[in-house]
Design a protein around this ligand. Structure first.
Ligand SMILES: *Cc1c(COP(=O)(O)O)cnc(C)c1O
Length: 411
């Protein structure tokens, strides 16, 4: 998006605001579909948890994607956005049998990632086809916090447990219609990822009634100019060949599925906030913004890098800043960053703010969660209002003064 458009949105907003560029989402979606155009049956399930605004979901549906969901509430959001249940996959981790049953009743594809629930579900509903999440024990990425395929991971059914898995499916007579893996969040090495897919193909041969194989996600996006990213085109070329020859060996045309979250929405998003204070200390210049980890927690939670630019003074002389928030705890967005000279009252834009930013926002410090803007054809559309004081008190129950006083006396 152009700097001027971002600045105008920032100036008109009541407070910090998220902006998402529709064209960027579309371009990423097209990159994916082009990369895998050699596959006959292809399906992308967008990972709702990355960014769950209903207008974004509707847009992604209009591009032709389905949904990947991890809670019954995400399923309900998807249905509210107009997704057909048959285009939604439910890939939770450690949820109750009851929640899985409720989602299955809605007609959504279930993906089960542990033997205990598999056995219980299969015994009760042998007629409902189920996908299984396999853990191939391959570390595709570098960050152990977001890599979910390794040996100590809580995700998926270990490939070493396939004999037990097969015993369950035979005993219950259930149908396994899909095989799934989601190895981690940042695929840095395509060959490592392809190694994991080989393990999945081997596993798939044990099941005669498959209709799809789902390779999860983990497409890495660049966070700085020149940063490494997953080479989607190369991955597409190599995996397409492997997939097509597997289908031939398997004797049936299967659907190849992916569940991209970050890849579709990360770079489409900007977080805009004003600088309240520029504070010089003996060692650092702090730019203190009108926000904190209540609005964007990724840098503090797992060290993610968000490029920060001064959209009020983009051509100013660059200086070094530590950009911090207003929360009464350490909340550093970026240390020692080279940013065009910042004055109080100017606006900063945080890049890569489309995925796992707004969806992780909270009311910590009794602050409002920010508004969201969808930028479509050079026009700003409000798709979420900033919260207000009523939202802070919503669901709180103010006890009667007599009860409070009574408690104070007895204490
Ligand atoms: C979160 C998640 C994804 C999306 O991961 P990204 O790194 O955002 O692409 C895909 N599949 C499952 C099962 C997930 O939990």
């Amino acid at each position: 998006m152009e700097n001027a458009a971002l600045l105008q949105i920032a100036q008109q907003a009541e407070g910090p605001v998220y902006v998402y560029d529709a064209n960027r989402i579309k371009a990423q979606y097209e990159r994916l579909t082009n990369a895998f155009s050699g596959v006959n049956q292809l399906r992308f399930h967008y990972a709702t948890k990355a960014l769950n605004n209903i207008s974004i979901l509707k847009y992604i549906q209009s591009l032709g994607a389905g949904l990947d969901t991890v809670s019954i509430q995400e399923v309900q959001l998807g249905l509210a956005a107009g997704f057909d249940p048959s285009t939604i996959i439910f890939t939770p981790n450690g949820v109750s049998l009851n929640e899985i049953e409720e989602v299955a009743k809605l007609g959504v594809q279930i993906n089960i990632d542990n033997l205990s629930i598999l056995e219980q579900f299969g015994s009760k509903y042998p007629e409902v086809p189920v996908c299984i999440r396999i853990n191939p024990h391959v570390m595709a990425g570098g960050n152990s916090n977001i890599s979910v395929g390794h040996i100590d991971s809580k995700f998926g059914i270990s490939i070493h447990q396939i004999p037990h898995l097969l015993r369950i499916t035979e005993n219950t007579n259930m149908r396994i219609n899909g095989i799934h893996m989601h190895t981690g969040s940042d695929i840095l090495d395509i060959d490592v990822f392809l190694h994991a897919t080989e393990i999945l193909f081997e596993t798939a041969k044990n099941f005669k009634n498959l209709s799809f194989i789902d390779f999860g996600s983990g497409f890495k996006v660049p966070y700085t100019p020149g940063d490494i990213e997953t080479n989607i085109e190369e991955l597409g070329e190599k995996l397409t060949e492997k997939f097509n020859s597997f289908c031939q060996e398997y004797g049936r045309e299967l659907t190849l599925a992916f569940e991209p979250g970050k890849f579709l929405v990360s770079q489409a998003g900007y977080f805009l906030t004003k600088v309240n204070v520029v504070k010089q200390t003996t060692s650092t210049v702090f730019a203190q913004v009108d926000s904190g980890f209540n609005h964007l927690i990724r840098p503090m939670l797992y060290g993610s890098h968000h490029e920060i630019v001064n959209i009020s003074n983009p051509d100013g002389r660059e200086r070094f800043y530590s950009v911090v928030g207003y929360i009464c705890e350490t909340d550093t967005f970026g240390s020692n960053r080279k940013i065009a000279e910042i004055s109080e009252g100017e606006y900063l834009a945080f890049k890569n703010a489309g995925a796992y930013c707004q969806t992780m926002a909270s009311n910590y410090n009794s602050r409002y969660r920010p508004a969201e803007i969808f930028w479509i054809n050079n026009e700003a559309h409000l798709i979420r209002k900033q919260e207000n004081f009523e939202d802070i008190l919503r669901n709180q129950i103010e006890l009667d003064t007599a009860v409070i006083k009574g408690a104070a006396v007895s204490a």
